[in-house]
Design a protein around this ligand. Structure first.
Ligand SMILES: C[S@@+](CC[C@H](N)C(=O)[O-])C[C@H]1O[C@@H](n2cnc3c(N)ncnc32)[C@H](O)[C@@H]1O
Length: 205
C-alpha cells in the first residue's frame, strides 16, 4: 500500500484498535436497522465486477450474489483480518488498500459499494474521485452513509459533538452528498432511511 499521511495513519490506527470490538459495539444498530438497509443497498448491485471500499469486518460479504466478482478493500489491517475470518466465498477477494489510491485502472468496475465509510475516510473527496475513476461509463456507486443533518439546530449540535465522537469513531457531520458531487459523481437517487441522517445514495460517473 502507498504511504499515507499522519492524519490518515491516525484514522487507520483508530480502526485497528477498535477492530476486535467493532461487531459487538455495532450489533444493536445492525439488529435494529442496518441489516435491513444493507439488504436494500445490495439490491442495487450489478456485476460482473464489483468493488467494495472500506469493507471493515466484512458485514456485507455474505450478501453478494455468487454471480458477481467482488474485490473488497480496507486500509486497516486489523479490520481486514476480521473480514478474512468470515466464510470466504470464492468470488470475493480482500486486499489492504487505501480508497484514496486505488490500484485498478480507470473504468474497471460495474458497481462500487460503500457502507458507513465516507464518514471516516481522511480526504473523502479524494476517495470519492477514485471511486468515480474506477467505475466504467454506465456503472454506478451505491452508498449507505450517515451525514450531517439538514435541520440547522441539529446540524449545529452534531458540529459541536463531532470532535469528541471522532476521537474514537467516525465523523458525524460529514457533508457526504456534497462530497459525492464535488468528486464529479452525479447523484441519481437519494433515499432518507433514518430521518435525513442515514441515506442510501446511488451515483453515476
Ligand atoms: C465505520 S467502518 C465501516 C465498515 C463496513 N463498511 C461496515 O459497513 O460495517 C469504516 C471503515 O472504513 C475504513 N476506511 C476509512 N478510511 C479508509 C481509506 N482511506 N481507505 C480504505 N478504507 C478506509 C476503516 O478502516 C473502516 O474499516
Amino acid at each position: 500500500m502507498t504511504s499515507i499521511d499522519d492524519a490518515a495513519a491516525a484514522v487507520r490506527r483508530r480502526y485497528d484498535r477498535g477492530a476486535a470490538r467493532y461487531d459487538v459495539v455495532t450489533w444493536p444498530m445492525e439488529r435494529l436497522a442496518m441489516g435491513r438497509f444493507r439488504a436494500r443497498l445490495m439490491a442495487q448491485v450489478q456485476g460482473p465486477r464489483v468493488l467494495e471500499v472500506g469493507v471493515g469486518t466484512g458485514r456485507n460479504l455474505s450478501l453478494y450474489e455468487e454471480s458477481v466478482q467482488v474485490d473488497a478493500i480496507d486500509f486497516s489491517p486489523r479490520m481486514l483480518e476480521r473480514a478474512r475470518r468470515r466464510p470466504q466465498p470464492v468470488n470475493i477477494r480482500l486486499a489492504l488498500m487505501d480508497v484514496e489510491n486505488l490500484d485498478w485502472p480507470a473504468g474497471t468496475f460495474d458497481t462500487v459499494v460503500a457502507t458507513c465509510v465516507f464518514c471516516s475516510v481522511p480526504n473523502p473527496v479524494r476517495g470519492l474521485a477514485e471511486v468515480r475513476r474506477v467505475l466504467r461509463a454506465g456503472g454506478h456507486a451505491v452508498f449507505l452513509e450517515h451525514v450531517r443533518p439538514g435541520t440547522p439546530w441539529l446540524a449545529a449540535l452534531f458540529d459541536r459533538l463531532d470532535p469528541i465522537v471522532a476521537r474514537s469513531g467516525p465523523h458525524i457531520n460529514r457533508r457526504t452528498i456534497e462530497n459525492i458531487r464535488a468528486a464529479g459523481l452525479v447523484v441519481e437517487r437519494e433515499d432518507n432511511l433514518l430521518s435525513d441522517v442515514l441515506k442510501l445514495v446511488v451515483a453515476r460517473p
